[in-house]
Design a protein. Structure first.
Length: 326
């Protein structure tokens, strides 16, 4: 139903006006401003920590966020008549960051740096992100497993043939990234960041940065927050942008500069950022998606993505080796 979840507004003392569809949610005008209503699929404890994080940001940063509202009973979770749990957040009018606009992109990087300066909490081990070493090793094992599986098939489709043509090269880069990580100061950097309770957004991308009148209005969707080295947020934001811009080194430098003008990176963080970029994450994602989904029908789009990764190989490696130097 279009109004699914709207009934919970009564529990907040809010009256619904105009209603719009958002990304998996409803955006609703109320007498106290815009709110977003979303079915809640997480755990109450993590949501409570998220609410505290957003309250801390509100008191220390000029960047607005989608703070989680508590209902009349003081709870962040409200059930409708069917006992489906929902959360209600503050929301803002605005357009998403335009990935074709260098100005938008650089402002997004500066906003991330501003947030990172205030994003810390006493660490809770349950919400510490998997170590990069463990993640890289796991992804390499999965690539080898997929390689063995595809080799065993008698008839191979276009995706599988392209995968076999390229896996040796990409897996080689993945194994090199593990060696670089082992030889780096990653362990000490991670320990230091966890000791200070550094928090990452977890999903900082163009969809979660809202602009109004040319300036950032708000940063949203902190649901995947975690304790980790904050350079991970910057890496994820940059990678998605740079893939769309053919790994343009000039743009990469501008993004880094925009971030560092607000929050300078240490040499150890820059080294860690470079190693993250050196790992072929997008290649692993495509291969893993293939392996865990219907192999009888392969999307032409995924074949094109795989071909594009191969075509961008030289530009990607040039970016890693020329832009991200300590």
């Amino acid at each position: 139903m279009y109004d699914r979840g709207l009934s919970v507004l009564e529990q907040y003392g809010l009256e619904a006006g105009a209603v719009y569809r958002g990304r998996g949610a409803l955006i609703c005008e109320t007498d106290q401003g815009l709110v977003l209503i979303k079915e809640f699929l997480g755990t109450p404890k993590k949501l409570e920590c998220q609410a505290k994080l957003l309250e801390k940001i509100a008191g220390a940063s000029p960047i607005l966020t989608d703070q989680i509202l508590s209902n009349k009973e003081g709870s962040y979770i409200s059930g409708d008549s069917d006992h489906i749990p929902y959360i209600v957040k503050k929301w803002y009018e605005g357009k998403e960051c335009d990935t074709r606009s260098e100005e938008d992109i650089c402002k997004g990087a500066a906003a991330l740096a501003s947030l990172h300066k205030v994003m810390s909490m006493p660490v809770q081990n349950h919400y510490v992100r998997e170590s990069l070493y463990s993640e890289f090793q796991r992804h390499n094992r999965e690539l080898r497993k997929i390689w063995k599986f595809v080799c065993g098939k008698r008839r191979k489709n276009r995706f599988e043939q392209k995968f076999l043509d390229t896996v040796c090269c990409f897996l080689g880069h993945g194994e090199d990234a593990v060696k670089q990580l082992e030889a780096s100061g990653y362990g000490e950097l991670r320990q230091r960041e966890l000791e200070r309770g550094a928090v990452c957004h977890g999903e900082y991308n163009q969809h979660n940065i809202l602009f109004s009148e040319g300036e950032i209005r708000a940063v949203t969707n902190f649901d995947k927050w975690n304790f980790d080295i904050q350079a991970g947020d910057l890496y994820r934001f940059m990678r998605k942008i740079l893939e769309k811009h053919q790994w343009d080194p000039g743009l990469g430098r501008k993004i880094l500069l925009s971030y560092q003008q607000v929050r300078p990176l240490t040499p150890e963080e820059i080294e860690n950022l470079r190693i993250r970029f050196a790992y072929p994450e997008k290649y692993w994602k495509l291969a893993n998606y293939y392996y865990t989904h219907n192999k009888a029908w392969i999307s032409e789009k995924n074949v094109e993505k795989l071909e594009r990764l191969w075509e961008q190989m030289e530009k990607w490696r040039n970016f890693v080796e020329s832009v991200l130097t300590v």
